[in-house]
Design a protein. Structure first.
Lengths: 506, 117
């Protein structure tokens, strides 16, 4: 019989050192520059990679163990949700529009973040950085998968979920998120870290996930809530990585400050435009609302963001350039965007609707200075057209912003009755923008943004050549099923019929 | 500023006029009439007379606004590329200097049924 030999267990600190920092050997066959060719060209100067702090000290072996446990719990709940017809516990099937937008526009962003972190984990020379990026890369692909799995149950019963990958690639309202991630993935490793690690994960993530996950909880979507809990502990690590990265850059060399500031300005504004989608979910799409977009901004934007930039002021960092313009837009953007989504709903793979009288009263209470003055009259007119049997459809399609790729739905910062028109000429071609923020980003790197793939102009080029029916096939949009007004949709009819079966004796 | 890159960076714009099969993009918007959420994107041939652009696609698209019937197209004030401008209705878009991706705006003071004054 073998005798048990008691092995000496490694301490946490020892283990971490062994499994991370000790992997950072000095190359001898090739120069460091050859092994890490992308780390210098952005102009960021690093003198000592060992100064990178990794407060979590998580090693891969404990990472696997920990995540596997979470996955087991997650899939148990997803199974139970599917088996017990969890979809009939929703407040209302209108809620699904928020979910569809999330699946089409945001979940693919998790996958993009996975690719990005896998890449920068290879491109950064520091071992602490490499390990942290590697873990985040695995987190992000798990998030993409678990979100898709959590929502796939709805695809068995409802329209608009069946072709999210085509929607992500080809439809128009997702390109704001797609271009955000494409822009970051085609930047250097340090800019990527500011874009995703700092701007997205630190500054914007609460504005994105809190309304989404709380919205799911308020509206009876246990599948999505479960995903939220599963991802939450990862997010804390991601936020730390982003903040550590920015502090590391700023502490390594004073020359890094202006570069970092420019990136913060850029990625704050790009992220703010992505949040345009979120504002419509919060103010219009959740049947049971969590809070208004304005209230969320006050907490997560002004209070939390304000505190963060106060903290970074000791490095010389100023609040992002677009901060004041963002504040001016808060009471308008969800209404401006939702009016657009409704009038172009023939081209959306989710439903929208005219807000009810109750909804409009809620909106005027939450937006006392803007809703009744500017937006209620438009909705009332659209309601009048619908009541007369002529649903308002704007077949004019829309001018898109060259930078954020959203339709130019936003108004002048100081005049909510006038759309914001901005344009510039670069090498003989005219380019249009939704805002000063987007024009500024373009002018810093015009060579990059002239290549933007803009969905609406694309509709008139090969292979579609302006044929709306062909376009619908190309984006995998089923006309009369996925698109249009919620009122009278298959989703509405089915949900009401099934719920009726579940809750009455008819 | 130029984009930071490890080697020479060449870029080809995706929306060159050559990609539109003899047509071009023209953007048009009706100032202070925000029932229409964004400027219209029109894809039209450069030989089209300006008057036809107005009486055709533009008039059709603005119909949903309650002020549409009251527009007197010959007295509206026009902007081209955000500068005041007077069109020649009989001449083509090209002869009017309306090139690919030109933004036109028009203003109808006094007509503002849905707009806060």
């Amino acid at each position: 019989m073998d005798m048990k030999v008691s092995k000496k267990k490694l301490g946490l600190k020892e283990k971490y050192k062994l499994m991370t920092r000790d992997l950072g050997w000095e190359p001898t066959y090739h120069s460091k520059e050859e092994v890490f060719p992308y780390v210098g060209y952005e102009g960021i100067k690093i003198h000592d990679w060992d100064k990178w702090e990794d407060p979590f000290r998580l090693t891969m072996d404990s990472y696997w163990k920990y995540q596997a446990e979470k996955e087991r719990k997650f899939y148990a709940i997803i199974d139970a949700h599917a088996q017990n017809n969890g979809h009939l516990n929703l407040t209302d099937a209108r809620y699904l529009s928020a979910l569809k937008i999330f699946l089409q526009a945001i979940s693919p962003g998790e996958y993009a973040a996975h690719k990005g972190f896998a890449r920068v984990g290879r491109e950064f020379p520091g071992v602490g950085t490499q390990v942290a990026c590697q873990m985040q890369a695995i987190d992000e692909i798990r998030h993409a998968q678990t979100q898709i799995h959590a929502m796939s149950n709805y695809n068995r019963y409802y329209n608009g979920f069946h072709a999210f990958a085509d929607t992500r690639d080809r439809i128009w309202y997702t390109s704001v998120a797609r271009s955000f991630f494409d822009d970051s993935m085609s930047a250097g490793p340090f800019e990527f870290m500011i874009a995703i690690g700092f701007s997205f994960e630190y500054v914007l993530t609460n504005l994105l996930f809190v309304p989404f996950m709380s919205g799911a909880a308020y509206n009876g979507d246990m599948a999505t809530v479960t995903f939220g809990f599963s991802a939450q502990s990862d997010e804390a690590r991601h936020m730390t990585l982003g903040l550590e990265c920015i502090k590391f850059m700023l502490e390594q060399d004073p020359d890094n400050l202006p570069i970092v500031q420019e990136w913060i300005d850029k990625w704050f504004w790009r992220g703010f435009r992505v949040l345009g989608l979120v504002s419509t979910m919060m103010d219009y799409m959740l049947p049971k609302r969590v809070m208004s977009w304005r209230e969320a901004w006050n907490i997560y934007g002004i209070e939390n963001g304000g505190a963060l930039f106060k903290d970074l002021a000791r490095y010389g960092i100023k609040p992002p350039r677009g901060w004041d313009d963002a504040e001016k837009a808060i009471d308008h953007m969800s209404h401006q965007f939702m009016l657009g989504l409704y009038q172009w709903s023939f081209g959306t793979a989710f439903h929208s609707w005219i807000p009810s009288e109750d909804d409009m009263n809620w909106l005027s209470a939450k937006y006392p200075d803007t809703f009744d003055t500017y937006y209620r009259p438009r909705w009332k007119h659209i309601k009048k057209l619908a009541d007369a049997g002529a649903q308002f459809k704007n077949y004019g399609l829309a001018k898109l912003c060259q930078t954020c790729q959203l339709p130019c739905v936003f108004t002048e910062p100081d005049d909510p009755t006038l759309s914001c028109h901005r344009e510039t000429v670069y090498e003989g071609e005219t380019y249009h923008f939704c805002s000063d923020g987007c024009q500024h980003i373009f002018e810093n790197e015009p060579e990059k943004y002239v290549q933007a793939w803009l969905p609406m102009p694309q509709l008139f080029q090969d292979p579609i050549k302006g044929d709306l029916g062909e376009w619908m096939k190309w984006v995998s949009l089923l006309d009369g099923k996925d698109n249009g007004d919620y009122a009278g949709s298959e989703d509405q009819k089915n949900f009401e019929a099934w719920r009726g079966l579940a809750t009455t004796n008819q | 500023m130029a984009v930071a890159a490890i080697k020479e960076y060449t870029a080809v714009p995706r929306d060159l006029v050559a990609n539109f099969h003899g047509k071009q993009l023209v953007y048009a918007s009706w100032d202070r009439h925000l029932l229409f959420a964004a400027p219209f994107l029109l894809c039209v041939p450069p030989e089209m007379p300006f008057g036809e652009l107005v009486s055709g696609p533009l008039s059709m698209l603005v119909q949903a606004d309650p002020d549409a019937a009251a527009i007197d197209w010959h007295s509206v004030a026009w902007l081209k590329a955000n500068q005041p401008w007077v069109p020649d209705f009989a001449a083509s878009l090209e002869a009017n200097g309306i090139t690919h991706k030109t933004q036109l705006r028009f203003r109808t003071p006094g007509l503002n049924s849905l707009s806060a004054a």
